[in-house]
Structures are given as structure tokens and as C-alpha cells.
Design a protein around this ligand. Structure first.
Ligand code: HEM
Length: 127
């Protein structure tokens, strides 16, 4: 990784690169890949644009995502430590491509939302 080439997340092209880099990792992960591909049978052509909208809204308040994603995770066979795997891959994807305030903010938001999903799942007695 060449340090001087990394810049911040600044536009939609960057968000797209981040989302694609992250889900490339997710798909290759034994446990997370199973949940997305085999259990949920996610249609990636629909999911990736949705996730680009989600992150573009979080980072740049574009208003492009208005959903409430938590409940869609309840039927999934997610275990507590899967959130750690998810977050590790997200942080890796950010750090491999970007460096800057928005990059840091994206990792903070990912950590906060993953923690809140985990707590809410615990409250729903998922684990
Ligand atoms: C172990 C961790 C996670 C797994 C395995 C997971 C898996 C999934 C799957 C399979 C879907 C597709 C559901 C469907 O369309 O039927 C989905 C949707 C989604 N996930 Fe996750 N997810 C995880 C964590 C997170 C986290 C931490 C966030 C937020 C930072 C997030 C944000 C979303 C969003 C925004 C959607 C789209 C919901 C919609 O259709 O509006 N996920 N996730």
C-alpha cells in the first residue's frame, strides 16, 4: 500500500469504490459470505447501489437512503462475533483506499451502528 496515494472519501466515486471493496471482502469471508450468498441470497446488483446510497447519505447527507435497516437483520443467522468480523473488514477496506477525516468518520459510524445492531439483537434475544 502506497501511503501517498491515499486521499479522503470525497465524492460518489469514492463511496462506490469503498462499498465495492468492502463487499468484495464480505463475499470472500467464510461466515459473512455464507449469510449474504447462501442464506439471504442477496442480489448484489440491487444490494450494492443501495449500500452506496446508505453510505453517501451517512457521509454527505445526500438523503439517498431513507430505510430503517435494523429489522432486516433479525432473520439472519448472525452471531455476536460476526459484527466484529464485519467491522474488521470494513476498517480494512477504508484503510486500504482512503486517508482523512471522512475516512475516520466512516469507521466510527460503522463501529457505532454495528455496536447498536448487536445490542438491539441481544435485546431481541437473538444471542
Ligand atoms: C454481521 C453483520 C452484518 C451482516 C451479516 C449483514 C447482512 C445483511 C444482509 C444479508 C442484508 C440484505 C437483507 C435483505 O435484503 O434481505 C443486509 C442489508 C443491509 N445492511 Fe447489513 N449486515 C450486517 C451489518 C450491517 C451493519 C453494521 C450495517 C450498517 C452500518 C448494515 C447496513 C445494512 C443496510 C443499510 C442494509 C439494506 C437494508 C435495506 O434494504 O434498506 N449491515 N445486511
Amino acid at each position: 500500500m502506497e501511503e501517498y496515494l491515499r486521499t479522503d472519501i470525497t465524492n460518489d466515486k469514492d463511496v462506490k469504490l469503498l462499498v465495492h471493496a468492502f463487499y468484495d471482502k464480505v463475499r470472500q469471508d467464510e461466515k459473512l459470505g455464507y449469510i449474504f450468498n447462501d442464506f439471504a441470497k442477496v442480489d448484489w446488483d440491487q444490494h450494492l447501489p443501495k449500500m452506496i446510497d446508505f453510505w453517501s447519505n451517512l457521509l454527505f447527507q445526500t438523503g439517498r437512503y431513507k430505510g430503517r435497516p435494523f429489522r432486516q437483520h433479525l432473520p439472519l443467522p448472525i452471531q455476536k462475533n460476526d459484527f466484529g468480523r464485519w467491522l474488521k473488514l470494513f476498517i480494512e477496506a477504508v484503510d486500504e483506499h482512503f486517508l482523512g477525516e471522512k475516512a475516520e468518520y466512516s469507521k466510527e459510524m460503522a463501529a457505532k451502528i454495528a455496536a447498536s445492531f448487536s445490542i438491539r439483537m441481544e435485546m431481541e434475544q437473538k444471542f
